[in-house]
Design a protein around this ligand. Structure first.
Ligand code: AMP
Length: 355
């Protein structure tokens, strides 16, 4: 079997490698700053754990390899402008938007999009970074350095945020995980919960939307679609051409997780319709140190990324899966040492587990 190279050696690359291990796949995750000359063979396969990368000898070697899966999709989705154009072309609902050009004024944006307008940098924004709100109640101009490199979106008053993770194989077959309910605080994912009975009625609609995208792109592998739920409508906020943080719960709660399904897809192996085990939830560890006492909490699974702890930085996550929601709620009460806004995140999970 050919070797699989992952462009990027962050936590997603590490978890892809870990998931491929039981299958006996030979996987190497490559740091984007690597200056090494890679020993790539013609029949090796290349995938990526991120949408963008700097140009280095190693990334150039990987990105020009004939077997780089989805190579065209990365730049298309990494730029919010072309991502939005794709959604419009496929007539998939998304927040109304305009490109921000030299001529764009805040007044015009408020006229076209309403009181709350969210500017988003076209490239490189993640976890709420690269966002700038314009509110007509507190008028402010479009920052001059955002002109030509941002889009403007209508501020959506959504009911909640959900995401769908799906996988498509080389022959076009698709499989999906159940919709996940997500809590973002200040634009960063704090917690996820899945599956939820009340989201089942939206599942077919969400699957149809993501299938349309993956088919149009002739995509192979895992893709995530983040949506706003507004009543019984889904509006796509963002697409990720890779495994996604809101699918991390599948490590605990699915017979085949998102990482393994991605590796199966890029290797051309049969995909799994994952069996879902009980109720799962995930808590992201953001800017907090690891506390190994957490391991005493029944059912808790810790993923610590061995990154330096910095404010707002994702440094790990906790997964839980159980058929007993009372046990899950108890586990949440036992999580010590988590500062604000974890009170909010844990209360949100408890509320959804209690429904
Ligand atoms: P993004 O970087 O696009 O994933 O946005 C991060 C978070 O910002 C989302 O998960 C939402 O909580 C919020 N957000 C993004 N776009 C909008 C919008 N158009 N209206 C309201 N909130 C938004």
């Amino acid at each position: 079997m050919s070797k699989i190279w992952v462009l990027g050696a962050g936590q997603l690359g590490a978890m892809l490698k870990q998931a491929a291990n039981p299958l006996g796949l030979d996987v190497e995750a490559v740091d984007i700053e690597s200056q090494a000359q890679l020993n790539l063979a013609a029949d090796d396969i290349v995938t990526a754990e991120r949408e963008e990368w700097p140009s280095t000898p190693a990334t150039n070697q990987l990105a020009t390899h004939a077997n780089f899966v989805n190579l065209q999709t990365f730049p298309q989705l990494a730029d919010r402008l072309t991502q939005k154009q794709l959604l419009d072309k496929l007539e998939l609902a998304t927040a109304p938007w305009f490109p921000v050009t030299e001529e764009t004024s805040a007044e015009q944006l408020h006229q076209d999009l309403g009181e709350r307008v969210l500017l988003k940098q076209r490239r490189g924004g993640y976890d709420g970074k690269g966002q700038h709100w314009l509110k007509s109640s507190q008028p402010s101009p479009v920052p001059s350095d955002w002109k030509g490199c941002a889009i403007a979106e209508q501020g959506i008053k959504f009911d909640e945020e959900v995401s769908l993770v799906g996988v498509r194989g080389k022959s076009g077959e698709t499989f999906f995980y159940p919709l996940t309910l997500n809590l973002h605080i200040d634009g960063i994912l704090y917690a996820s919960i899945a599956p939820l009975k009340r989201l089942v009625e939206l599942q077919a609609k969400a699957e149809g939307m993501l299938a349309k995208l993956m088919n149009d792109l002739d995509y192979v592998g895992v893709m995530a679609m983040e949506c706003f739920r507004v009543g019984d409508q889904l509006m796509i906020n963002e697409l990720a051409p890779r495994v996604h943080n809101s699918g991390h719960w599948t490590q605990a709660g699915a017979s085949t997780d998102q990482f393994e399904n991605h590796m199966r897809a890029v290797a051309g192996l049969p995909l799994a319709q994952a069996q879902i085990k009980n109720q799962s939830m995930m808590v992201n560890l953001i800017g907090v140190p690891v506390n190994y006492n957490w391991l005493a909490i029944s059912g808790l699974e810790l993923y610590w990324y061995k990154k330096e702890v910095r404010v707002g930085r994702k440094v790990g996550h906790l997964n839980f899966c159980s058929g007993d929601n009372t046990a899950l709620i108890k586990a949440l009460t036992e999580l010590e040492d988590l500062p604000a806004p974890y009170d909010q995140a844990l209360a949100w999970l408890t509320e959804h587990l209690s429904k």
